[in-house]
Write a protein that binds this ligand. Structure first.
Ligand code: CP
Length: 299
């Protein structure tokens, strides 16, 4: 039985399909789903969040589970308490801990010292709950992922790209990573994903996006990259998802972005606010997958 969700590598295809079938039950609303007893999730975040934080709180409330948001700046972690001790303490009081932290190794250390399931709510390496919500959204829109080409354009080496590539490859999708030559995909996630399916890497937008069923982009300046913001915006600017880039994809392709979006940088307003954008549905499905995760981890 799966205990934590720290990485997309932790999830087998069977785990993902089981989670998606719980998502279907959540979406159908046919029966009341709840967690047994008086359970609580701690959301320990060292970095800002709008969607992940609020959707976890609301997902928990739908299941009758309490949620406590801990901004690390207002905890003793900000005065030097070791994160291992923070994890031990939170797991004495709470039934789940969701952590957003830049350093992935610190997340692993917290999980090691927690007695309750720990969920990765984003690190600099991965965003596994986002990838699950994304793949669930694609499945609802397009059906079985094994028939689909998913193109990721922009910074192909960041956390969302890593988790999306690995999760979607496990579900049989063909992935196309499209970015500048200087931006190499993370070698671990590329190698791991290639065990499950075809992953192509392109610097040509036309070749990479040609015939894509789904086109995905994300910020050019991820968490931790702020010092290099100017350089990164310059490097990725030619890889903006605009109407020309979008025109290479299939006529019925969909546009995805995990948000927050920077209109005029990684994506144009016309594309992200256009009729084939599913970004709001994608954001809503974060709450659906989080309900499914809490139910699944408490089995
Ligand atoms: N997509 C996402 O993780 O959004 P937040 O940073 O607002 O949580």
């Amino acid at each position: 039985m799966m205990r934590n969700i720290l990485s997309s590598a932790d999830l087998s295809r069977k785990n993902i399909e089981e989670l998606f079938s719980i998502c279907d039950a959540v979406v159908s609303g046919k029966r009341k789903l709840s967690l047994k007893g008086n359970q609580t999730i701690a959301l320990f975040f060292t970095e800002p969040s709008t969607r992940t934080m609020v959707s976890f709180v609301v997902a928990a409330s739908h299941l009758g589970c309490n949620a406590i948001y801990i901004d690390s700046r207002n905890s003793q972690a900000s005065r030097g308490e070791e994160l291992a001790d923070t994890a031990r303490i939170l797991s004495l009081y709470c039934n789940f801990i969701a952590v957003r932290i830049n350093d992935h190794d610190k997340l692993l250390a917290m999980a090691e010292h927690s007695k309750v399931p720990v969920i990765n709510a984003l690190t600099s390496l991965e965003h596994p709950t986002q990838a699950l919500a994304d793949c669930y959204t694609i499945m609802r829109r397009k059906g079985n992922l094994s028939r689909l080409k998913i193109a990721f354009i922009g910074d192909v080496a960041q956390n969302t790209a890593n988790s999306l590539m690995l999760t979607a490859a496990k579900l049989g999708a063909r992935i196309s990573l499209v970015g500048p030559k200087a931006c190499k995909p993370n070698s671990f996630y590329l190698k791991e994903s290639r065990k499950y399916g075809r992953i192509d890497v392109h610097d040509s937008i036309e070749e990479g996006l040609n015939g894509a069923d789904v086109v995905y982009t994300d910020t050019f300046v991820s968490m931790g990259d702020e010092a290099e913001a100017k350089k990164r915006r310059r490097m990725f600017a030619p890889y903006q998802l605009n109407s020309k880039a979008f025109s290479y994809t299939k006529k019925n392709s969909i546009v995805m972005h995990p948000l927050p979006a920077h209109r005029g940088e990684e994506v144009t307003k016309g594309v992200i606010d256009g009729p084939r954008s599913v970004v709001w549905e994608q954001a809503k499905n974060k709450m659906v997958i989080e309900e499914a995760i809490l139910l699944y981890l408490s089995r």
